[in-house]
Design a protein around this ligand. Structure first.
Ligand code: NAP
Length: 253
């Protein structure tokens, strides 16, 4: 029960890493407010939590909308009495085109979804955490844009790299108020986003081989790292970009 009586927002909770974190945070005692665009999928994740005796609320919306970030915080306060932290995890890939072929609209939407959304979330969440006397914010970055990248990932890499700078700014501005902020950088993880890797054995084995552990993570393994950062176990951890990458960053064979 690492998050007993805590209240957490989790975005990108309709699938993958966010859905795994929703269940894990709830099993550890947190009330969770779950966000993403697909309402039916969010409802299914929440139903599984409440069926096991946990506490969950959902609010469907788009993380690029400033009003949505505020509404998630209001939901946490009205349903569960406050906010202790957030796992700001929603994200999207680009289309895989090279930098010179990337349409400006695609660049703008990837940056809006992965990076500007993080600032909007922090703007809404930080006053609630200050009111609570502290808390923990976690943002899902990637090994892409930090320790490595792949061709066709320009906008994705830039957006995820930007998150690390935002986290450092929040950490130095709000540490004195008891608020920690960290980026969590997963390696390849078996989710819808892993896309082709999940269905094509050739691509799956190529991606698995990028990692020292020679496999792709299960979403639950990344959720475990998020739980650590969210909890008191990480009480002296702030401003970091924490890899949970299966040794992807140090593997050259
Ligand atoms: P996923 O299953 O596709 O999850 C992506 C989540 O983001 C979904 O819940 C999606 O929900 C939500 N989302 C996307 N755009 C959104 C928007 N505009 N507004 C609200 N929600 C939005 O993939 P995942 O792997 O779990 O991804 C979670 C995070 O991990 C992402 O930030 C991703 O960049 C990062 N990551 C993944 C990997 C990997 O190999 N899978 C590696 C490193 C980092 P809706 O579609 O319902 O809106």
């Amino acid at each position: 029960m690492l998050l007993k009586d805590k209240v957490f927002i989790i975005t990108g909770a309709s699938s993958g890493i966010g859905a795994a974190a929703a269940g894990l945070f709830a099993r550890n005692g947190a009330a969770v407010v779950l966000g993403a665009r697909r309402e039916r999928e969010l409802a299914a994740v929440a139903a599984a939590i409440t069926a096991s005796g946990g506490r969950a609320a959902i609010l469907a919306g788009d993380v690029t909308d400033p009003g949505y970030a505020e509404a998630l915080v209001e939901q946490a306060q009205s349903r569960f009495g406050g906010l202790d932290g957030a796992f700001n995890n929603a994200g999207r890939l680009g289309s895989g085109r090279m930098v010179a072929d990337t349409p400006p609209e695609e660049w703008a939407d990837v940056l809006a979804t992965n990076l500007t959304s993080a600032c909007l979330a922090a703007r809404a969440q930080l006053p609630a955490l200050v009111a609570r006397g502290g808390g923990s914010l976690i943002f899902t970055g990637s090994f892409i844009g930090h320790t490595a990248t792949l061709p066709g990932m320009g906008s994705y890499a830039a957006s995820k790299a930007g998150l690390v700078g935002l986290v450092q700014a929040i950490a130095v501005e709000y540490g004195v108020r008891g608020i920690r902020a960290n980026a969590l950088l997963p390696g390849g993880t078996m989710t819808a986003m892993a896309g082709e890797a999940a269905t094509n054995p050739g691509a799956a084995s190529f991606i698995a081989n990028l990692h020292a552990l020679k496999r792709i993570a299960r979403p639950e393994e990344i959720a475990n790292a998020a739980l650590f950062l969210a909890s008191g176990l990480a009480s002296f951890v702030t401003g970091t970009a924490m890899l949970a990458d299966g040794g992807n960053s140090i593997s050259k064979v």
